[in-house]
Design a protein around this ligand. Structure first.
Ligand code: CTP
Length: 399
């Protein structure tokens, strides 16, 4: 499954480092080449000799080893891989990654790489749950770092809870997914995201509160399943995920154009909060007060409905067209009607009343409306909603 794939395996200094040795063996069983890198602390738990013997390759250990630098610089080492795996990812390594520290070989490689990074955290349960670690985790997730585990269970330190490193076979599975050998491998999926900005004049515009968080999470989750993602995004607050084709746009009209240019796609998910109206009377010069005390008259024109346009395509329509419904009242019935009206296959409906804290927040509570009915999903993080939606999409598209 991993034939020809090159994995750079950074082994952190924790008791779980011994499982990294089995991980090397398991990755090689699948045909991968593994280049191990040991942190100074890792050497307290496993020897470079055992890592090197299992990998049948040289082990890299120290940033200032001049022979290594002459043979292969750290930049090359970090890029000469298809995926960087950090196992175990200790609290210390995660903190360094989250803050961009680069003071040893492992952290420098992690800063220098242009490849996707998968972490398998392992630490004491209190450390895992500590607000500082949770902050670092959130930062890493925002950076598009992939993660497997930790598992919950008895720990070497005698406590119980989340913090145990994922088992080597689960890490191998995550590696397979991360390398795009997932169920959506090579399949083109289009995602729209973020708000649109509709100009009033060269300095003013009409916008909405969409942060782009949900659309970004969906694009990331689809890419994690191997999809070839085109991400058409308005001016969002959150940065786009790694490993997708980003098409930045500003207005609804530009978004429609970018979407049409990106087709064909097997599936299209319209998570953008597109402005329904644009300013028909937009000016190329800044509006000035005219001294009369009367406010300017702004005329609106209806924007094209991108979702409805794509859903109505006679030829080349994506197999699965998914819309979002942002509602404040009667979520289920409004969204069911919206699915019919827009001609899409699924609607992901959410309640964006200010009291829910969903718009601009990190969580979402959605109802998935398909031809078979409505399904309420429990409130969960936008990342979880994205993973679940991506998995459903993969299932619906089939082989
Ligand atoms: N949408 C779109 N183009 C538009 C307006 C909306 O593609 N011009 C898409 C959104 O990306 C979303 C869905 O349509 O997937 C529903 O958006 P929403 O704002 O909830 O619905 P509206 O069509 O604006 O309906 P209403 O304002 O009447 O609720």
């Amino acid at each position: 499954m991993l034939a020809g794939k090159r994995i750079l395996l950074i082994i952190g200094g924790g008791i779980a480092a011994f499982k990294a040795l089995e991980l090397i063996r398991r990755l090689r069983e699948q045909g991968a080449t593994v280049t191990p890198v040991l942190t100074g602390a890792a050497e307290q738990f496993v020897t470079p000799l055992s890592a090197s013997a299992l990998a049948a390759r040289k082990v890299y250990r120290d940033l200032f080893d001049l022979t290594d630098e002459a043979e292969m610089g750290h930049i090359e080492l970090s890029r000469d891989a298809d995926l960087v795996v950090v196992a175990p990812a200790t609290a210390d390594l995660m903190a360094k990654m989250a803050n961009g520290l680069a003071n040893d070989l492992a952290s420098t490689l992690l800063m220098a790489t242009d490849k996707r990074v998968l972490i398998a955290p392992a630490m004491n349960v209190r450390m895992w749950l500590h607000p500082a670690n949770q902050r670092n985790l959130a930062a890493l997730e925002g950076d598009g770092i992939l993660r497997v585990g930790p598992d919950e269970g008895d720990m070497a330190c005698g406590e119980y809870g989340p913090g145990r490193m994922a088992e080597p076979l689960a890490i191998v599975e995550a590696v397979v997914d991360a390398l795009g050998d997932g169920p959506l491998r090579g399949r083109h999926v289009l995602v729209t995201s973020g708000p649109t900005h509709e100009p009033i004049d060269p300095v003013r515009y009409i916008a909405n509160r969409s942060s782009g968080a949900q659309g970004t999470a969906i694009a990331r989750a689809l890419a994690a399943l191997g999809a070839d993602v085109t991400f058409v995004t308005g001016p969002a607050d959150v940065p786009p995920p790694a490993g997708v084709r980003v098409v930045p746009v500003r207005t609804a009209a530009e978004m429609l154009e970018a979407v049409q240019a990106a087709l064909p796609a097997e599936a299209a998910i319209f998570a953008a909060a597109v402005a329904d109206w644009r300013v028909a009377s937009a000016t190329t010069s800044k509006l000035k007060k005219d001294g009369s005390g009367k406010p300017p008259q702004i005329e609106f024109a209806e924007n094209p409905d991108i979702l409805a346009t794509v859903a109505a395509m006679k030829t080349g329509r994506p197999t699965l067209v998914v819309g979002f419904a942002a509602e404040t009242d009667d979520v289920r019935s409004n969204a069911t009607a919206k699915r019919q009206r827009k001609g899409c296959d699924w609607i992901v409906a959410n309640d964006v009343s200010p009291a829910t804290g969903i718009m601009g927040g990190t969580e979402n509570a959605v109802t998935l409306i398909t031809g078979d009915g409505a399904e309420d999903w429990p409130r969960m993080s936008k990342d979880m909603v994205a993973s679940r939606l991506a998995a459903r999409l993969a299932e619906a598209l089939g082989k």
